[in-house]
Design a protein around this ligand. Sequence first.
Ligand code: NAP
Length: 284
Amino acid sequence: MTAQLIDGLALAQKTRAQVAQRAAAFEQKAGRKAGLTVILVGENPASQVYVRNKVKACEAAGLKSELIVLPAETSQAALLTKIDQLNADTSVDGILVQLPLPPQIDSHRVIEAIAADKDVDGFHVANAGALMTGAPQFRPCTPYGVMKMLESIETPIRGAHAVIVGASNIVGKPMAMLLLAAGATITLCNSKTRDLPAMTRQADILVAAVGRPKLITASMVKPGAVVIDVGINRLDDGKLAGDVDFESVKPVAGAITPVPGGVGPMTIAMLLVNTMESAERRLV
Ligand code: NAP
């Protein structure tokens, strides 16, 4: 048996085409384009690539996208002033501050300064709380994309055991909340988990979001499980690898996402979806 490949690129393309239709309808109704503003502070090379991809994807779908690049030595006060201006700007539907931020800036303060109804990343405490209490406004893009990937192959979620490895605020925790809301039983693992393989082997749905190349090996996967690899790791030879040892796990799993071409493209697609949702909400 070999796992079904969940093609994130194809699903992202389809999602972006749907956003493009919504964006055109919005523009006709509102007399303006839906707008996302991305702020990058400093010159982190990976962040530069991420923000460029986000801006390009917006433009390709017919959204207005502004990229604000600030020098690495920008003060926290200056960044907060910029965010205030964007909060008040009615042509801006979504604000995204690319993380990580330079050390003089407290990212928590910055995220909390973004108006919750423009926080298309879904990281603001109001949005995290809304998700936790079952009335989500913006679902964080990566786990939201994973849910769409599971839907795309009609994965049974209700009653399934979902094991999530990694418990960050941006991936693991919101992933757990979304799967729980969909009726799964959740195990959320972190670096202190005592016997990780014993946990992962119970998973009908296994989500790896750790940042350790090839941490999940074949012996850690229940035959037939759906394996979602969120990890993006740059290896010494320059190649990208996920948190799952793809080649060894593929013959065991029922379905699997590749890296690259899996969760990554869906994250960007869901950012566009969130921006559209924000714009449409603003219109009514
Ligand atoms: P993070 O903030 O560093 O969190 C990593 C989590 O993994 C923590 O909860 C940590 O536990 C846990 N962990 C570390 N080592 C572990 C181990 N040996 N066993 C079990 N758990 C362990 O990372 P993140 O921001 O969530 O990102 C995770 C990965 O996803 C990275 O590779 C990142 O590049 C990637 N990512 C991809 C996308 C995408 O679009 N595909 C988006 C975001 C992130 P503790 O809580 O105990 O420290």
